[in-house]
Design a protein around this ligand. Structure first.
Ligand code: SF4
Ligand code: SF4
Length: 359
């Protein structure tokens, strides 16, 4: 599959990390479009040694991420003691309706400015500057789905983004994006058909990932989906084993469990997906996501699941939020990088602070 195997690829160091089971992906979010936040997250996680950064499939988001990565690389050149990787930018595309692709819409005529949503939004999308004014920054919404559950007047509603896989993939290829993660929600039965819409375009990619979610699929369908993704895209793909999407660092009471819990703790759902797929013995890379945090890698080992990598989104953004507007202060930047690095180290099992350089 994909680009000639002998060619040097921008993804070589990421694949090397996957092979060594030391891969870390920062998830900015398939719906996060706040360019300032994205640029700063990419800046900090470049310096922290992330291998890959997962982004919304929009041109301005890709440009903001590139600015952040370039800032990180320039900073490391001025500070030669901090050698870094050049993280690969990945875009997430929905093949069919998927919960990662949605935003909240506010009905201002209903809102009484009670402030409940302000307290729960992990990316501070809502502000109440005075007792009567309410500001919503739609770019900051990454679609976690928490706030509608706390709004007592039902002023907040989740709105799905319509899937346009072929057009979106074409745009990402024009922008030079070499890695795509495909999301197909619960419609595994239609996946083969939808794949036909994009399969002539994927040959220009270096790496393909599919997100397979436990909140959307039964155990049987997880197995079926993993085998089908392998059949469609071949060996060497990443299968993102998604637990409870966009739930890292969020209180359990707000996490919506669509497919029931089956006695599995929320943080362990991603490991459950990886375990099911591992039993299929496919030549693919298993990477967990959806409720991941510091302990996800070690937790997977406890359950006898040998993953190739960890992706962290909501938990990472939550940790970094206090720093993102203060990165011009070098002390704050150093603190932010230390926080981010501790997260990357937990997944890559590096000695704290040790970052390898790749050519
Ligand atoms: S709480 Fe979640 S769904 Fe609501 S605005 Fe914030 S990010 Fe969006
Ligand atoms: S929770 Fe609902 S009513 Fe309260 S401030 Fe938010 S949108 Fe307005």
């Amino acid at each position: 599959m994909l680009i000639e195997d002998t060619a040097i690829k921008s993804t070589d160091h990421a694949v090397d990390a996957l092979k060594k089971k030391q891969f870390f992906k920062l998830v900015c979010g398939a719906s996060l479009t706040d360019l300032h936040m994205i640029e700063n997250l990419c800046f900090v996680f470049t310096l922290a040694g992330a291998h890959m950064i997962d982004l919304a499939p929009k041109a301005d988001v890709i440009f903001a991420a590139r600015r952040g990565v370039e800032k990180g690389i320039s900073y490391s050149m001025l500070n030669p003691q901090s050698s870094i990787l050049n993280p690969v930018l990945m875009a997430s595309i929905q093949l069919d309706k998927d919960p990662h692709f949605r935003k909240v819409e506010v009905d201002n005529s209903l809102c009484d400015v009670c402030g409940a949503c302000v307290k729960v939004c992990p990316t501070e999308a809502f502000k109440i500057p005075s007792s009567k004014s309410f500001i919503y920054s739609v770019e900051r919404c990454f679609g976690c789905g928490i706030c509608p559950s706390v709004c007592h007047v039902s002023a907040l509603n989740m709105i799905d983004v319509k899937p346009t896989p072929r057009e979106t993939l074409k745009e990402m290829l024009l922008l030079g994006v070499k890695v795509i993660e495909f999301h197909f929600g619960e419609n595994v039965a239609k996946l083969e058909l939808i794949w036909d819409e994009v399969k002539d375009l994927v040959n220009d990619l270096e790496l393909i990932s599919f997100s397979i979610g436990s909140e959307l699929l039964t155990d049987e369908n997880i197995k079926f989906a993993a085998n089908l993704c392998y059949k469609l895209a071949g060996e060497g793909i990443i299968l993102q084993c998604d637990g409870v999407p966009m739930s890292g660092g969020i209180e359990d009471k707000y996490k919506v469990k669509k497919n029931g819990n089956n006695g599995i703790k929320i943080k362990e759902k991603c490991i459950h997906v990886a375990k099911i797929i591992q039993e299929e013995k496919l030549p693919v890379y298993l990477q967990i996501s959806g409720g991941t945090d510091y302990d996800s890698y070690s937790r997977s080992l406890e359950y006898g699941v040998s993953i190739n990598g960890v992706a962290i989104g909501s938990f990472a953004r939550k940790l970094l939020m206090p720093y993102l507007n203060q990165l011009n202060d070098e002390n704050k930047l150093i603190e932010a990088v230390q926080v981010a690095r501790s997260l990357v180290d937990s997944a890559t099992r590096r000695n704290p602070g040790e970052i390898k350089t790749y050519g």
